[in-house]
Each structure stands twice: as C-alpha cells, then as structure tokens.
Design a protein around this ligand. Structure first.
Ligand code: WTA
Length: 681
C-alpha cells in the first residue's frame, strides 16, 4: 500500500520543483524562530497563538490561551469575548476601512453586446455594516430571533448570504448553511437536527445560463419538517431570479418586504459572545448515514482565520482576493466570508459557473478586477484545462501573486497547468489541506519559512506553526518518511470544532479514539510525509467521497438507495474521474420482481436527486449486480469492488480481501465485470 504514495511523490518531485523556487525565500527570521520553537515547546505554542489573538479586537480579553485540562474538549481563549460580525465590519470601519470595497459580487448573466457581466454589486465595509444591521434589526424585532438560536440558510452565491451570516452573528445567533445542491430531504434532516424555526432562501439563481429554482425545495422541506415534528415558522425568500413561486402567506415573507420599513441607518449593538460560544454549525459527511453537525467556536475560529489569511495568503491591504468556493461549504464560510473580512480585504464573489458563457469567464474576472490572490479547487482547474491555453493567455493575469488550491488532492497535470497558466511558473502555489472540522487551513506554504521549507510545488506543504501533524500507522506510531499512513493532528489548534452538535460522544468516538491510548485527532485521510517533512495528502482512508471536491459519505448514498422500493441492497464506492476526482459508483442489487433496465437506472438517479440532491445524482453511475460480494462476516468487500472498477486484474483482486475464499472473490469479480461491461455498452 505504501507503494502508491511513493509513486505519487516521485512524479511530483521529478517534474515540478522549479529551480528558481529554491532561491525564492522570504526571509523573515522571526517567523523561522517561531516555527522552530512551536514545534518543540508547548509554552511557545501558547505564546504564538496569544500573539495572533492580541492582534484582534476583544470586548473582553481572554485570561488563558488554551485550557487543555479536559481533552478532547480543548478550550481556547478562555474568558474572552468578541463577535465575528463586529470583527468583520465594525472593527474594520474603526481601522479606517469604512469606504474600502469589501465585496464585489458578479452575477452570472452575461451581456454579449457589451462584453461584460450584466450585474455587478459592490459593497464597502460601511455598506456591509449597514445592510447587515438592517437585517439583524428585522430578525430581532420582527421575528424575535434571540442569542443562541440557529437559523438555517439555503442560499445560492448572492450577497444576501454573507449579509445574513453577519446579521446572525451580530445577534449572537448561529447559522447552519446547507449547500444549495442538496435536496429537500437533506435540507429538512439538517433543519430538524438544528431545530431551526427560520429558513432563509432565494427564489432561484443562475447556473450555466438557466434559472435553477430553489424555493420550491424549501417548501418541500418545510412539509418534511412538519411531518417530523418541527414547525418552520418563517421562510424568508430573497428575490434573485424572478421565477414564479407558489406562496404561502402564513409562513412566507420576501426578504425585501421584511426589511422595507427598517430605517437604513439602524444599528444593532453586536452581542458580546464568549470565545467558546459557537458561531455556526456546518453539517458534513462521515462514515454513517447521519451527517455530523460540526460546531465551530467564535474566539479560536476568528484567530485561526486571521492568522492563516496573514500567513498562507500573505494578505496586504491592497490585495484583491478571490476564493471561488461556494459559501455552502466550509471553504466559503472561512475564506469567502469570515476570513477575508477579518483582514480588511476586498474580495470577489461570483454567482455562476466557470464556463459560462465561455470557459474563459474566470480569467476575465481575474483581469476585470486585478485579482492578486486566487483560491480554487482541483476540479475547477481540471475542468478549465480541457480548453485551449490561448483562452487563458488572452487575459492579463499578471496581477496574481499567490494561487492556492483546496478540497481534494491535486494531480500533477492539474498542478502543472495551474502553476504554468495562472502562476506563470513563478508565484507561490500550494495545495492547502484542511477540513470542515479544522475550521482553518492547516497546511500550505507560507512566506517566511522558506529557509526551513523551500517551496515544493504539488505538496500540501507543512503544518501551520503551532499545530503538529503526523502520519501514523494503525497503532498510532509515526510512519517512516514516504510510507503511507493516516494523517493526524497530534496537538490542538484554535479553529478546531468544539464538538458535534448535540453529540459529544460521537465527537470523541469519530475523531479522538482512532489511536489507542493517544489523544490524537484522526482526519480520515491517507498521507505521506517525505524526507524533508512535507505532507502529501493522498485522499480519504474511509468511506467518504470527494465528488468535485464536495464531501459525501457512501453510507448516505447507500441508505438513500435502499429507500427505493426496487432496491434490495447497494454498495457505493468512489470511481476516479478525470475532472471531478471521484464519482459515486453504485452497485445495486434489485428485489426479485424487478429487472435491470436503463429506465430504472434513471429512476434511481432521480430518487437520489430527491433524497440527497443533484450534487450526487448528476455524477452517479448505477451498476446492477446480482449480489454485492461480502466477507464471511457479512461486510461488503469495498476494496475489492473498488479494485475491479479501477481495472485491477483478477490476480490482484483475489489477494485483496482477508478471509474471503479465492473462489468467492473470482465470482464477485466476474459478476461485477459483466455489470461494468453492460454499463459501458
Ligand atoms: C480533502 C474542505 C488533499 C481531504 C476544506 C479532507 C484535501 C477533506 C485538501 C475535507 C488538499 C481538503 N489536498 N485533500 N489540499 N483539502 N482535502 O470537510 O480528504 O469539505 O479530509 O473541507 O477534503 O473536506 P471538507
């Protein structure tokens, strides 16, 4: 197994390190000193995180940086009080950024004649302050939203999403944002778990030139919530696309009507929140069918975003920053909304698809606004690199000085393309590793440490100073260099989730119990550390998929599948895909009275669309089989399935699973192979 990692590593090493990078060292000796001391010394770690926290505004200063007396329930900035909305707006204004542009939003519709976007909305820090105050006021006065309440957001990439997030934080309330590619079922499950009584949505949004309607999905979710004992009292709808909607006066209200009579200059004092209050929950997938509500803190989260923006993105006051993620996922929470505003940046937010109206839309955006820092995903790069490079060269991208990627491992071809075309074979480009649970980026290349770690493109860099990360074997021992193991954090960090919402036991079980006798955080990823200390994250070690960078559990997909009356059993694995990284490949056993046919496959995909959402259904492959191969103890032989789908030969496959007779494995191989062939034809 270790072989895999070594091969990946070699390919990068042989082809990518540009000689110029060796000399490209940012000399910041104090930073080098920090790195070296925090690796060794716990006291230095506290000093380090204390130093960053001291740069932020606190209503009340903390009295202890880290209380680790009750692991894994680490407490950061104990006794401190602050507020994310205050830090993102009021505090920016206090620092002289009142009239600085905070957000430039570009809608997807394109004006062919004028060769420009049809809609651009610009917000200064003062605009964000005023507009979010108006929303806070309306929520507090009209809907009686109180500190601690959780609102569910089901919104596309429009400015009202960050505005509602800020408005919620101002009140000391919390949000649970659900990505708009999830179905009514998935939305309802999350709203029920969070106990929300208010959902904020939009009529629709633009995607590849079409209007995608959203509000009817919320209507459906409201019904499902009611059947499960949760009364949604209010659905606030932002008018974005103007599509026709059914309307229920009892619970529906337009956003513009809700705020229409609120004075534009109203202010709502930002609630003084404890560092350890939580700011939001964000549901993410694990190895069971039930999503996990990651509960992120306020104080530690703010400090972690501030420090990573400064060090990994090296932000300066005149940067134009663009993170292409969707705010419905953690990358958008941390690095479109809370992080960039916290550092007073001007950032770009784009509503639509990278290839609309043509696959040069993103490059035109970089040129239009003079983007200097760019943060995107390998899937997007792979999508755009299919087109001629002339499409990129047409544009002036010379402003870009840092380009990072996130969300999934970046393959050498994609990295090279990105580095050449966007990075001009010169600038800082790195794959920053982190997860919903970590809240913040935890690896990368950052200015100042070049002396210890010269830039090595293609790797995930090295751990952020102040947190230690190791590659471990099953027993929690450190793997030798270049041997594959599990990536783990061996010390806490400030942006870390506090617990899983309403389920602390699961928090302990899932993340902190993997390595017997050791209080280490198990990430669920495979990685190697090379001989120079650089990390190379290779992908998930558990049954979690990354489809176009979107995280989804195979157990969620399987449990959705068996809800369909025709399905007796199903086993989902990730099949590698040249653009999306992985796509769900679902082996499906039908109940006896059903026979496989393309219509039924379509129906099952439709079923996935309604139970989980288009984010799964549009890429899923359904393969009908007579049975799914299992071990004698009844466990589905996933590795075997995966190997067959990846094209492994029968000899390799029969040695894969312990405790399975060769004959059984062969039988499985043949039946799966024939299903695959049918699928192809
Ligand atoms: C994967 C996204 C390789 C990894 C911020 C992790 C990565 C999961 C990288 C978390 C990267 C994220 N290189 N793999 N740079 N970044 N991953 O919660 O498998 O949506 O465990 O957070 O994405 O996904 P999540």
């Amino acid at each position: 197994m270790a072989k895999e990692g070594v091969e990946v590593y070699k390919e990068f090493e042989a082809n990518i390190i540009p000689p110029a990078w060796k000399d490209r060292i940012w000399n910041k000796d104090d930073f080098k000193k920090w790195y070296e001391t925090t690796v060794k010394d716990k006291k230095a770690v506290e000093e380090w995180w204390g130093k960053w926290a001291n740069e932020l505004f606190w209503f009340k200063k903390w009295n202890k940086v880290l209380d680790d007396s009750n692991p894994p329930f680490y407490r950061w900035y104990v006794g401190g009080e602050t507020n994310l909305a205050y830090l993102d707006t009021d505090w920016q204004i206090a620092q002289g950024r009142k009239n600085k542009l905070a957000l430039i939003w570009e809608g997807e519709p394109w004006d062919e004649a004028m060769e420009q976007p049809k809609e651009v909305r610009k917000f200064t820090y003062y605009d964000l302050f005023r507009e979010s105050n108006v929303i806070s006021y309306a929520l507090r006065e009209k809907l009686k939203v109180k500190k601690g309440e959780i609102l569910t957001f089901y919104l596309p990439m429009i400015p009202e999403l960050p505005l509602y997030m800020l408005a919620t934080q101002r009140l000391g309330a919390r949000h649970s944002a659900v990505y708009s590619g999830f179905s009514a079922d998935a939305l309802a499950t999350r709203a029920i778990d969070a106990g929300s009584r208010i959902i904020v949505t939009a009529d629709g949004f633009y995607r590849r030139g079409k209007i995608i309607s959203l509000k009817p999905i919320v209507d459906e979710a409201v019904k499902i919530c009611a059947q499960n004992g949760l009364k949604i009292e209010k659905v606030i709808t932002v008018k974005r696309a103007g599509n026709e909607l059914p309307w229920n006066k009892e619970i529906d209200t337009w956003h513009h009507e809700l705020i229409s009579d609120v004075p534009k200059n109203v202010t709502v004092p930002a609630e003084k929140c404890g560092s350890e209050d939580f700011s939001y929950i964000l549901y993410t997938s694990g190895t069971t069918a039930t999503p996990k509500g990651c509960q992120l803190p306020i104080g530690g989260y703010a400090v972690s975003l501030y420090a990573t923006m400064k060090l990994i993105f090296d932000v300066k006051d005149n940067d134009i920053y663009w993170c292409t993620a969707d705010i419905g996922w953690v990358t958008g929470h941390s690095y479109i909304v809370y992080g960039p505003l916290l550092t007073g940046l001007t950032s770009i937010m784009y509503e639509g698809s990278p290839d609309y109206p043509r696959p040069d839309r993103w490059w035109s955006i970089i040129q239009r606004y003079g983007v200097t820092i760019f943060y995107t995903t390998p899937t997007a790069i792979r999508l755009l690199m299919k087109f001629p490079e002339d499409l990129v060269r047409k544009y002036d991208l010379s402003t870009v000085r840092i380009c990072h990627s996130v969300g999934e491992p970046i393959n050498p071809e994609a990295f090279r393309w990105y580095f050449r075309n966007i990075g001009k074979d010169d600038i800082v480009a790195s794959s920053t590793w982190w997860m919903t649970e970590t809240g913040q980026m935890l690896t990368g290349h950052f200015p100042g440490l070049g002396k210890i770690f010269p830039l090595k493109p293609g790797t995930n860099g090295y751990p952020f100073p102040g947190v230690t990360m190791e590659v471990l074997d099953d027993d929690g021992n450190t793997c030798p260099p270049r041997v594959r193991g599990y990536l783990a954090m061996t010390s806490p960090w400030p942006g870390m989730l506090m617990t899983l919402y309403k389920n602390s036991q699961r928090y302990v079980d899932v993340y902190w119990s993997r390595f017997k006798g050791k209080m280490y955080f198990y990430t669920g990823d495979f990685a190697i550390k090379d001989q120079d200390g650089y990390l190379w994250v290779l992908g998930r070690a558990d049954d979690v998929l990354k489809v176009a960078g979107h995280r989804i559990g195979t157990a969620e997909i399987e449990s959705a599948m068996i809800k369909h009356p025709a399905v007796a059993e199903s086993a989902c694995i990730g099949k590698s895909d040249p653009v999306k990284g992985e796509i769900p490949f679902i082996f499906t056993v039908l109940k006896q009275r059903y026979s496989p046919n393309p219509k039924l496959a379509d129906e099952l995909k439709m079923h996935l669309r309604t139970t989980i959402g288009p984010l799964v259904s549009s890429d899923a492959t359904i393969a009908f089989v007579d049975s799914v191969p299992k071990t004698r103890s009844g466990k589905i032989m996933r590795r075997l399935l995966k190997a067959i789908v990846c094209g492994a030969a029968i000899g390799d496959v029969t040695t894969l699973e312990d405790g399975v007779a060769i004959e059984e494995a062969k039988k499985a191989y043949e039946s799966v192979k024939s299903a695959l062939e049918q699928e192809k034809s």
